[in-house]
Each structure stands twice: as structure tokens, then as C-alpha cells.
Design a binder for this molecule. Structure first.
Ligand code: PGA
Length: 255
């Protein structure tokens, strides 16, 4: 039985004051919920604040991206060890906004995935098709190419390490992100099942254990139907993760 996982992706939102209110509200709201895992991925400048407010709670924190290099002349970049230094246990990788707005590719996602696991971070690899790709019937082709690029870079040792770290996949259809157009539970289930089968080609046992979470306009009102699907192990929540009641309600559904 896979434990459900709810990850809040704050994107570029927040300030010290509002973060404090939200983080305290979340920890109060999920304190008694011991049957699922909860994570918030906050903007880098607030990781220190997240550490202060979340240590010794059942809410973990993580980065929204990481660079593949350990250090050096990479202005504006953040190294994996910097995230672990700040107590991060998770990191999002290959988010569609990174791909479409910041020119990141399957190649950079792969390099970052490798660097993240070597630093001991649990990677959450985001995959998903655009509306045009979906209309062209390319959903599985796109998702497979995004997954395979990363899987192909992992040797047996690294794959085992990623499994020990409980690597996560997030299916986020680009057309559903921030649009209010949530995928239907059936569509999401079909793609999640496809993702699990793809992992099974590499390692059948791993496929049964890997958590595959759904993201894209996930709200309290659609979380129940989503989380009831066989291969949907939780959610990656953008907009609704900034709304205390919404986020806590989604955590309760997962629990
Ligand atoms: P959304 O974003 O919930 O606002 O659609 C999800 C995401 O981009 O991770």
C-alpha cells in the first residue's frame, strides 16, 4: 500500500508575513493526519523560514528546482547541497514552467535528477503534455520521452539510490496547470498507469512502490475522485496550496 503524498508548489508567491501565517496554519491543520506525507516547495529565499517553522512537524519542505552543479560560477543557481543544508528533503524537477519559460529540457532535468539524488534529495520529476500534444494524440509519446530521458541517465546503482530515496513522478498535463481545467480522473488514471508500466519495464518491483502524483488545478473538491484512482498516489498542488483551507482539505482527503 503506497502512502499518499501531497506537495504544495508555491511557485513565485509569498512574503515573510504571509508565509508564516500559511505555514503555521498548515502545521496546525495536518498535525493529527498521520496516514499520508505532506510537503511544501517554497521559493528559495524562504527555505530558511520554512526550516524554522516546519522542523519537528509532519510537514517536510523542498525546493522548486535545483542546479546540476555542486558549486561554481553559476549566477542565480542553487546547488543540491544548499537545499539539503536548509533541511530540504524534496525537490521538484522538470516542472513545465521551467521547461517552457526557462528553456529547461529533458537533458537538464536528467542532469538535475542525478545531482539531486546524489545529494540525498527525493526528486519529484514532473512530466506532462501540452494541449496541442494532447490534441495530436501524443500524450503517451511525450510522457514516455520525458521519463525515458531521465531513466536512461541512471545506472543500476543510481536507480537503486533513487528508489531508496522514494523518487516521485508527477503527472501534470500542461493544459490543466493553473487553468481550472482539471484532467478527468479517468484520463489521469490512464496516464498514471502508463507511467507505472513504463517504470515496470525498468524494474517491476520499483513500479509497484513508486508514487505517482497528479497536478493541474487540483482542488479540495476534485481531490477525492482523483485520489480514489488506483494509480494516483496524491497531488502536486499549485494555486490551491496558497489557500490554507483548500490545502489542508486536500491533505485531509489524502489522509
Ligand atoms: P495548479 O499548479 O495547481 O495551480 O494548476 C500545479 C503545478 O503547476 O504544480
Amino acid at each position: 500500500m503506497r502512502r499518499k503524498l501531497v506537495v504544495g508548489n508555491w511557485k513565485m508567491h509569498g512574503d515573510i508575513q504571509s508565509n508564516q501565517t500559511l505555514l503555521e496554519g498548515i502545521t496546525n491543520g495536518v498535525r493529527e493526519l498521520s496516514n499520508a506525507d505532506y510537503v511544501v516547495c517554497v521559493p528559495n529565499p524562504y527555505l530558511f523560514q520554512a526550516r524554522e517553522l516546519l522542523k519537528n512537524t509532519n510537514v517536510a519542505w523542498g525546493g522548486q528546482n535545483v542546479n546540476q552543479h555542486e558549486q561554481g560560477a553559476f549566477t542565480g543557481a542553487v546547488a543540491p547541497h544548499m537545499l539539503t543544508d536548509l533541511g530540504c528533503t524534496y525537490v521538484l524537477l522538470g516542472h513545465s514552467e521551467r521547461r517552457s519559460l526557462f528553456y529547461e529540457t529533458n537533458l537538464t532535468a536528467s542532469a538535475r535528477f542525478e545531482a539531486a539524488i546524489k545529494a540525498g534529495l527525493t526528486p519529484i520529476l514532473c512530466v506532462g503534455e501540452t494541449q496541442a500534444e494532447r490534441d495530436a494524440g501524443l500524450t503517451e509519446v511525450i510522457v514516455a520521452s520525458q521519463m525515458d530521458a531521465v531513466m536512461a541517465t541512471l545506472d543500476e546503482h543510481e536507480f537503486a539510490l533513487a528508489m531508496r530515496l522514494n523518487m516521485v513522478f508527477a503527472y501534470e498535463p500542461v493544459w490543466a496547470i493553473g487553468s481550472g481545467k482539471t484532467a478527468s480522473p479517468d484520463h489521469a488514471q490512464t496516464v498514471h498507469h502508463f507511467i507505472r508500466n513504463r517504470i515496470a519495464k525498468r524494474n517491476a518491483e520499483a513500479a509497484t512502490k513508486v508514487r505517482i502524483i497528479y497536478g493541474g488545478s487540483l482542488k479540495a473538491k476534485n481531490a477525492e475522485d482523483m485520489f480514489a484512482m488506483t494509480d494516483i498516489d496524491g497531488g502536486l498542488v499549485g494555486g490551491a496550496s496558497l489557500l490554507l483551507d483548500e490545502f489542508v482539505s486536500i491533505c485531509k482527503v489524502a489522509n
